[in-house]
Design a protein around this ligand. Sequence first.
Ligand SMILES: Cc1cc2nc3c(=O)[nH]c(=O)nc-3n(C[C@H](O)[C@H](O)[C@H](O)COP(=O)(O)OP(=O)(O)OC[C@H]3O[C@@H](n4cnc5c(N)ncnc54)[C@H](O)[C@@H]3O)c2cc1C
Length: 405
Amino acid sequence: MSYDFATYDKNYHTEADVVVIGAGIFGLSTAYFLSKMGKKVIVVEKKDVGSGASGSNEAWVWLSTRTREVLPFVRFSQQFYTNIEETIGYDVEYNNCGGYIIAESQEEMDFLAKYCEQRWKDGLPEIHMIGQEEFHKRERGYSPHVMGGTYNPLDGCVNSILVCVGFASAVRDLGNEVWTKTDITAINLKGKKVHEVVTNRGTIRTDCVVNAAGSWAADIGKLVNVDVPCKPERMTVLVSEPVAPYINNVSMTGKYLLDELNKAEQAAAAETGEAEASAVYVYTQMKKGNLLLGSTEDFVGYDRRVNFENPKAIAKVIGDINPEIRDKKVNIIRAFANFFPFTMDNNPIMGPVPGVEGFIMATGLNGGGMAIGIGAGYTTAQYCAFKETHFRIDYFDIQRESLWK
Ligand SMILES: Cc1cc2nc3c(=O)[nH]c(=O)nc-3n(C[C@H](O)[C@H](O)[C@H](O)COP(=O)(O)OP(=O)(O)OC[C@H]3O[C@@H](n4cnc5c(N)ncnc54)[C@H](O)[C@@H]3O)c2cc1C
């Protein structure tokens, strides 16, 4: 039986094949697959399981807008979710409900039609266009000005904190350990090789460290003098009281997609203080009935507070697209903000780091970790165990030019 390491004995010594830093979806899924591969793994987490982005987000398992490079990971994750309860022994409330990107003008409709064609070329033939009449026949509650848009039957949602807790218990059931509330004080090298991880709960001798610290991955990089081009992007979301089943799909507007495609420009503007958070429409209904309504995204460092402007802007956008939610006066019970690991090219950073043998990157899931994370974790585990991967990992090299623009 394995357990959270109970004492704070800094003189304790142990060893592991791999130390994974961070108990979010990336770290926990990597640890899970490593455990299945028979490796001794310790996950080291500074707070709690799922206390980063993976435990509180908009909950989509979304394929429609994920980049071409990560599509194999996303497909792997989506398949994994369909059997996750049998596989890890935990119900994570996965709902393969399908998803829309909706258009509010003919211009957006034309843009989405072209986008759809591009997605087919990228390897996502399931996505297709739905016209205005068909859309309103299928879906109630949307403003009549919504013109339809893309639909993808593979999109869905999940209860993200249950995903984290489920993976952590599976790691423990497989005989490995998750150390929570643990501070890492050093990663010691022997020559240019990883040698040990020093924490306030003791020292772990290991040849391999996975940096899955999400938005904090750059801090872990500093421990071994590695620059990690990843920073926190804040997202704010509203949560409603539970209501009867309403819209049956996850949905976003074309404006969200356009913002996604222009993210690098926004990040650059944030550096000069010129960026403003603008609200875009994002909708999910959880199995328990709560609506997750979003969202705004901004770059404010590690400030997790909810300000006054962002929820107001979100409420306006939601009212414009789903007037029923506003008019029926669905009560908003809270708002939360959290940040995810942003990279300049919207793709993860994965694999080895030149110059520090045994230091493996696993961050940069951006706004898509619940969908990308399980496939990316599987690939990272394969790399650590065999130095070979089923899906391509070279796209995600820390030295690629597009990260350092
Ligand atoms: C509001 C919001 C909405 C989102 N909506 C969606 C969505 O609908 N669908 C989707 O797919 N994605 C969504 N995302 C993105 C998704 O949540 C992230 O991509 C994903 O959770 C990142 O996972 P991660 O494991 O890399 O990082 P995290 O979950 O942040 O995990 C990193 C962990 O590392 C730990 N850590 C940090 N420093 C240290 C240290 N020094 N020592 C030990 N541990 C450390 C942290 O405490 C944390 O637990 C959203 C994100 C936000 C913020």
